[in-house]
Ligand binder design. Structure first.
Ligand code: ADP
Ligand code: MG
Length: 512
């Protein structure tokens, strides 16, 4: 039987793990013998045919041929307008680029396990909305995988943390990765993992710290006479690479020198950690605001938080650890690996999914025992509502509040506006704001009414939200007779036939 694995499909780095029969999650080394695979795709082109490279080789080539490289594609998941045009003039969607990465990870896992891999759990940031989750699931399908579930990254990290011991704790999962920031408050109690509140920023991560450092370096080069640095695409890519390495260096040393050659001249740029921290203060402040929001939304106080789990490579920066210890008022215990915990949690969840759905003797006693004990529940990261007239003005009314446990079902009552109203348009919105301008309509349907009601007749609108993030809508009259139903088909996502076409395309690609 093939093995179920967990995949942390990161913005900058990905990792793969499997749960051993003894209930320990193990990281699988990739084709390069590494525990982490850069989520970078480099398009080699042979005789007009693409042969993409994934991982460290692709990352190393990023600076030399920026036009042939895709990085940070996770930021584009669920964005139907984003496309990559490869050097052979083939156009790829974000789902397809992610599928290329996933296919490479799948093949690496198969090598490491000596077995076929089909069933996977893929992790996503907790604040990913439904379109981004669905896009991630599609990427897995396009890569030829059976996606058992998409799991929230902080939940995965908490699973990896909580599995080893009987824990009853409130933990704050702080994930500062390469391209995203995510903060989640969770309760672990008797094997139950409950999300209390979650928030994040899809456009905040180590990448932004690299950019801030690039600017200091560029400024200092200009002081030494360099000109037009940012008009040189190759040099900008090289500068970014140097900045990332320098940033990592500043995690352990207080000062360093950066050596760069530009337009025939050599530059030696001294940089201190203090300068770096000063230049990235506004980024740290943004993480702090979101952190405070989450704790506030949860209605808890800082001293009720037992532990902070740091995940994501950027939490290695000393200022991050300092800030959190200051907030929580105690020393952080480093009990999980910031690079591996998310993949490990995904591997645990993958094994549990298999154990829960099959009686197969292949599932070890230990894993079956875990499956009986552990319950993982998630919450919605975005409010869902509908647009309705209120005193003649169109307003967004929330039906499922943010941070509601999934699966869930919520109803709201509305009334007809005119006598003999023939139908009602239900527009499903995503977002917290009352103003329709600041929310997104993710689906809509017109429901027929009996047509002989007086104005002001009451209607009940019910939203069902399931673990797969599908939203199903029902409209009832006041006697609970069903008037109509529909499922939200998100426009941002590929349809079934597009997924099939993409699967065939990616299947035919040789990926190195
Ligand atoms: P993601 O999950 O978003 O792909 P990761 O958790 O793998 O990201 O973190 C990658 C980020 O962590 C990169 O921006 C990288 O530069 C940063 N990083 C890794 N190691 C260090 C370090 N020692 N000091 C500072 N930043 C680091
Ligand atoms: Mg990550």
């Amino acid at each position: 039987m093939s093995k179920a694995i967990g995949i942390d499909l990161g913005t900058t780095y990905s990792a793969v793990s499997v749960l051993s029969e003894t209930g320990q999650p193990q990281i699988l080394l990739n084709q390069d013998g590494e525990n982490l695979t850069p989520s970078v795709v480099f398009f080699q082109d042979f005789d007009g045919k693409d042969e993409p490279l994934v991982g460290i080789q692709a990352k190393n080539l990023a600076a030399s041929s920026p036009e042939a490289v895709v990085q940070y594609v996770k930021r584009q998941m669920g964005n139907p307008n984003w496309k990559f045009d490869s050097p052979s003039d083939t156009v790829y969607t974000a789902e397809e680029i992610s599928a290329i990465i996933l296919k490479r990870l799948k093949e690496g896992a198969e090598n490491a396990l000596g077995d076929k891999v089909e069933d996977v759990v893929i992790t996503v940031p907790a604040y990913f909305d439904d379109a981004r989750r669905t896009a991630t699931k599609h990427a897995g399908e396009i890569a030829g995988l059976n996606v058992l579930r998409v799991l929230n990254e902080p939940t995965a990290a908490a699973l990896a943390y909580g599995i080893s011991a009987e824990k009853n704790e409130t933990v704050l999962v702080y994930d500062l990765g390469g391209g995203t920031f995510d903060v989640t408050l969770m309760k672990i109690k008797d094997g139950e993992f409950d999300v209390i509140a979650t928030d994040g920023d899809r456009n905040l991560g180590g990448f932004d710290f690299d950019n801030a450092l690039s600017m200091i370096i560029a400024e200092k080069m200009e002081e030494q006479g360099a000109e037009d640095i940012y008009t040189d695409e190759h040099f900008t890519a090289l500068l970014r690479e140097k900045s990332e390495n320098t940033k990592r260096g500043l995690t352990t040393v207080e000062k360093t020198n950066v050596f760069l050659d530009y337009k025939g001249k050599s530059y030696k740029i001294p940089i201190t950690r203090v300068e770096f921290e000063e230049a990235t203060k506004s980024l740290m402040n943004r993480t702090e605001e979101l952190l405070d929001d989450v704790v506030e939304e949860s209605g808890m106080s800082w001293d009720e938080i037992d532990q902070v789990l740091l995940i994501g490579g950027s939490t290695r920066m000393p200022m991050v650890q300092r800030k959190l210890e200051e907030k929580i008022g105690k020393k952080i215990v480093y009990s999980i690996n910031p690079d591996e915990a998310v993949a490990q949690g995904a591997a645990i969840q993958a094994a549990l999914e298999i154990a829960n759905k099959s009686e197969s003797a292949d599932v070890s006693e230990t894993v079956r025992g875990l499956a009986e004990k552990l319950v993982v529940s998630d919450v919605t990261s975005q409010a869902l509502g509908t647009l309705a007239l209120s005193n003649g003005v169109k307003r967004n009314t929330i039906i499922i509040p943010k941070n509601s446990k999934v699966p869930n079902k919520y109803s709201e009552y509305f009334s007809t506006v005119v006598d003999n109203q023939q139908n009602v348009l239900v527009e499903v919105t995503q977002g917290d704001d009352e103003d329709p301008q600041f929310v997104t309509v993710i689906g809509e349907s017109t429901i027929k009414l009996p047509g002989d009601w007086p104005a002001g007749t009451v209607l009940k609108v019910t939203y069902h939200y399931d673990v797969d993030q599908t939203v199903f809508v029902e409209v009832h009259d006041s006697d609970n007779h069903l008037l109509g139903t529909f499922e939200v088909e998100r426009q941002a996502n590929l349809d079934k036939s597009a997924v099939e076409v993409a699967s065939r395309r990616i299947k035919d690609l040789t990926i190195d």
